[in-house]
Design a protein around this ligand. Structure first.
Ligand SMILES: C[S@@+](CC[C@H](N)C(=O)[O-])C[C@H]1O[C@@H](n2cnc3c(N)ncnc32)[C@H](O)[C@@H]1O
Length: 217
């Protein structure tokens, strides 16, 4: 189904710098509305924020790498919890807006680029285990079609990195559905488990979670 055209007022609001803050104000109401409705399929952002913080704490990780910055909501929610945050964004408008929004946060770096090339380049610079929040619309974003090989390439780059035991959370696991060149979720999990037998792979709240097998969670 083609995406619904956005309401003109919302489109106008989205252009304004205050939109990110406005969107953020809705996180907790959205969470409680989700609870009231019996936790339907669409997962509120607060659950994602909690997963990022919970895994960082459980595995003692102080660097977050995010693919897909968008309005910077994950950065804003977790900025106080990490010593260093890198966020990679393809769309120049979102990248520049986030660079502007977080310019006073000396520990936050927004990288403008395609995650498929930016992730391997960043791995060269990293010297420690990181928490990876992969959220860059892997199987289509904004109604477009993604590159079906991108997610696998990034997972391989991170899992085969010289630094062992990165922890990976990937949002929108239901996008890995065997369509448009994507593997099925079962195929993806089986391929990770066979190539990297020392990792545990599971899905909860639509987030794929890849951890070292001697897991803290
Ligand atoms: C779901 S949003 C990210 C939300 C954000 N991670 C958060 O938690 O607040 C997806 C973002 O991925 C970006 N994106 C899409 N393809 C990308 C790519 N190849 N490399 C980097 N970013 C990409 C989109 O422009 C969009 O801003």
């Amino acid at each position: 189904m083609p995406p619904r055209p956005a309401h003109p007022l919302r489109s106008l609001l989205k252009q304004m710098p205050i939109y990110a803050g406005f969107k953020q104000l809705g996180h907790y109401p959205d969470f409680w509305w989700w609870k009231l409705r019996g936790e339907p399929r669409r997962i509120p952002h607060v659950i994602k924020q909690r997963a990022v913080i919970e895994y960082a704490q459980a595995f003692g990780l102080s660097t977050l790498v995010e693919t897909g910055t968008y309005y910077g909501e994950m950065i804003a929610a977790s900025a106080k919890r990490f010593r260093r945050i890198y966020s990679i964004e393809l769309d120049p408008r979102f990248a520049h807006r986030a660079q502007e929004r977080f310019r006073t946060y000396s520990h936050v770096e927004i990288i403008h680029g395609d995650s498929q090339t930016a992730v391997p380049a960043l791995l060269q610079r990293l010297n420690e285990r990181c928490l990876w929040w992969l959220d860059a619309g892997y199987y289509g974003w904004g109604g477009g079609f993604g590159n079906p090989k991108r997610l696998g390439a990034e997972l391989d780059a991170i899992l085969a990195d010289r630094i062992r035991d990165h922890v990976i959370l990937m949002d929108d696991a239901d996008g890995v559905n065997g369509q448009a060149g994507a593997p099925t979720l079962e195929e993806l999990i089986a391929s990770i488990e066979s190539a990297y037998p020392n990792r545990r792979v599971e899905v909860a709240h639509n987030i794929l979670r890849i951890t070292p097998s001697r897991s803290a969670i």
